[in-house]
Design a protein around this ligand. Structure first.
Ligand SMILES: [Zn+2]
Length: 282
């Protein structure tokens, strides 16, 4: 999928970001992946020896290139989280693979970058409390399960009730939305919950999954947000956190459609909003 490179190039060519704001992540060592995932799974996936059934559950054909991209995306979320701690706000141009569980991947997700970055930064004593704000249209089931017994990681997922995964996990806060929910109702639900959560948790870092699959034209979404609705959502999340002084690290999450140009535009709203919020508050 060329989406990630296209997004990066678009952000630069459209003037959303300058070349001096770009950072290149490295591939994380296997030990970091194993802060969340079982050794046998990581070894099998990276070595191309995962059995056919487990591979089908992921839904993406294995290749050396995909292993490289997957690991680099995890490295990107780790780097994004560290930049956010230092600078107040940072965005990955990939990431948000929230359906990955410790011993298997699913729904196009192989390793859970959100969970790995969280565990690593905690292990490195860079933070204690984290708030995961997952607004991808699909429930962040892997993340919810991984942190189900961890009181220092609060998982908040707002998603379409009748979408994948059919078997939901229990986040610290789940807001399931009706199929066809539009901008105003969506933003009203968000405003009902997010400010209170931030005040209550006082996180050292907010990890925001800004999936664009709630868009009305998304192939897998089932919600009905407009382009403007997505932009207002991202701006609202970032402003709510940054205004109160909480650092935010963003990942782009899901987004599906045949019109690649339109999809890139949707993902770029996150970076546009982040650039504006950064200049104002950070
Ligand atoms: Zn999704």
């Amino acid at each position: 999928m060329p989406k990630f490179q296209l997004l990066r190039d678009f952000l630069v060519s459209d003037g959303v970001i300058g070349e001096d704001q770009l950072y290149q992540p490295g591939r994380p060592p296997q030990a970091w992946l194993e802060l969340v995932h079982e050794t046998a799974y990581v070894t099998a996936y990276c070595g191309g020896t995962l059995d056919a059934k487990a591979q089908r559950r992921i839904g993406l054909p294995w290749s050396e290139g995909l292993v490289r991209r997957t690991c680099t995306a995890v490295g990107g979320t780790i780097l994004t989280a560290k930049l956010a701690l230092n600078q107040g706000l940072a965005c990955n141009t990939a990431g948000g693979t929230h359906h990955a569980f410790p011993d298997y991947g699913s729904g196009f997700c192989i390793f859970n970058d959100i969970a790995i970055a969280t565990r690593l930064l905690k292990a490195q004593n860079l933070l204690k409390t984290i708030l995961v704000v997952d607004l991808d249209v699909h429930q962040g089931d892997g993340t919810a399960w991984i942190f189900r017994n961890d009181p220092t990681v609060f998982t908040f997922s707002m998603h379409c009730a009748v979408n994948f995964p059919s078997r939901k996990q229990i986040s610290d806060l789940d807001i399931p939305l009706n199929e066809g929910t539009e901008d105003d109702e969506y933003l009203r639900q968000l405003a009902n919950h997010l400010p209170g959560l931030v005040t209550q948790i006082e996180p050292d870092l907010v990890l925001y999954d800004a999936g664009v699959d709630p868009h009305r034209n998304d192939r897998l979404g089932k919600l009905a947000l407009t382009d403007e609705g997505l932009y207002r959502r991202d701006k609202y999340v970032l402003e709510t956190c940054a205004q109160a002084g909480y650092p935010v690290a963003c990942v782009i999450g899901g987004g599906y459609g045949k019109d690649m140009g339109a999809l890139i535009q949707r993902h770029a709203y996150l970076h546009r909003a982040a650039s504006e919020v950064y200049q104002k508050y950070c």
